[in-house]
Write a protein that binds this ligand. Structure first.
Ligand code: SF4
Length: 335
């Protein structure tokens, strides 16, 4: 069996705020196999985007990566110099950011924005060769070559997102991190853009970490899902296990809140929300952070924080409901 291309071990990220330190990512560990598509889901503020930014070392002050390891193809990214890390971004690990409009430079043409990235990584081909490369990149993301001469404000939302995908794949990275890549698009365009992204990821043989909160979309795109709550991974499993036999009470409620086509047509079951509100990271409850909202809480939940442990063949969870004898330590990985 091949080795993981990306392994994250015990990653911790915090932000200093006027009210105190907030730990936005708290001991996150998982690994990703070559060509695998892995989804990170959770409510706003659960730590998904902070995890993604930390992988690329793009956390800005007052945020800080406190500890952990991020191994990409044999290198611990957290121990590289700034210059070494700059060379890794785009070439080996790239990001499709949330909100294409904000990530593109409004005063530069698409052509110049792609060339900037290429030149920054030592691609010094003559202009006509670069132009051909850009036309090919645009074609691969489903855009006409004429888009190269356009500015972001001249493009639709779907076109802008396709440009960010073209930039992200321009150096053929091993891993692509996509942060809610289609959340601002309508559902039809959303699926078209996702199909383009998946086609390119497969063509490159790259792995994909997809961040999102839409479990339905995730289920169509990724093969494994990690569920985050209050900065921690609380469950990791295959899409099938997460949707059909979730272990963690939070995942169970997330899945129950998904409307099925049958319930939409027959109106037999009203979608069920998750009781309570997300806890403030400044004032987390003792023990399990989900305890105030958990319908299955038991006594030890209020004092002991459950670690993420393997409960089934390819399913990990952080919950006291699962017996000690069945569990195994380690990093959630594809079985
Ligand atoms: Fe609920 Fe306890 Fe499990 Fe937390 S550890 S999810 S409170 S049962």
């Amino acid at each position: 069996m091949s080795e993981p291309v990306l392994t994250i071990k015990d990653l911790r990220v915090s932000y200093q705020t006027p009210k105190g330190k907030v730990r936005a990512v708290d001991g996150v560990s998982f690994s990703l196999m070559p060509s695998e598509r892995f989804g990170l889901v959770g409510e706003s503020g659960s730590g998904k985007t902070t995890t993604a930014l930390a992988l690329l070392r793009l956390i800005k002050p007052p945020g800080v990566i406190e500890s952990g390891e991020v191994h990409l193809a044999g290198k611990n990214l957290l121990s590289l110099s700034e210059e070494q890390m700059r060379r890794v971004r785009l070439a080996e690990l790239s990001m499709i950011p949330q909100g294409a409009m904000n990530s593109l430079n409004p005063v530069a043409t698409v052509n110049n924005q792609i060339i900037d990235g290429l030149r920054d990584h030592g691609v010094n081909s003559p202009k006509h060769v670069l132009n051909e490369r850009i036309a090919d990149l645009l074609k691969r993301v489903g855009l006409e070559p004429s888009v190269a001469d356009m500015y972001p404000h001249e493009l639709s939302g779907g076109m802008k997102q396709r440009v960010t995908i073209a930039i992200a794949i321009s150096m053929g990275p091993k891993v692509i991190v996509a942060d809610e890549p289609t959340s601002a698009l309508d559902v039809v365009i959303q699926m078209q853009v996702m199909e383009t992204l998946i086609g390119l990821q497969e063509e490159l043989g790259a792995s994909l970490v997809m961040i999102g909160h839409d479990m339905g979309l995730m289920a169509q795109v990724v093969s494994r899902i990690g569920v985050m709550y209050a900065g921690k991974l609380v469950e990791v499993g295959t899409v099938r296990d997460i949707l059909l036999s979730p272990l963690h009470p939070y995942t169970q409620l997330l899945v129950e809140s998904l409307p099925s086509m049958e319930s939409k047509l027959t109106r037999t079951r009203r979608p069920r929300g998750i009781p309570g509100i997300t806890p403030s990271l400044l004032d987390l409850p003792a023990g399990c952070a989900f305890r105030p909202r958990c319908p299955k809480a038991i006594e030890q939940c209020s004092t002991i924080t459950p670690p993420l442990e393997k409960v089934r063949a390819d399913q990990w969870t952080a919950c006291h409901l699962y017996g000690e004898t069945e569990k195994q330590d380690g990093i959630p990985a594809k079985a």
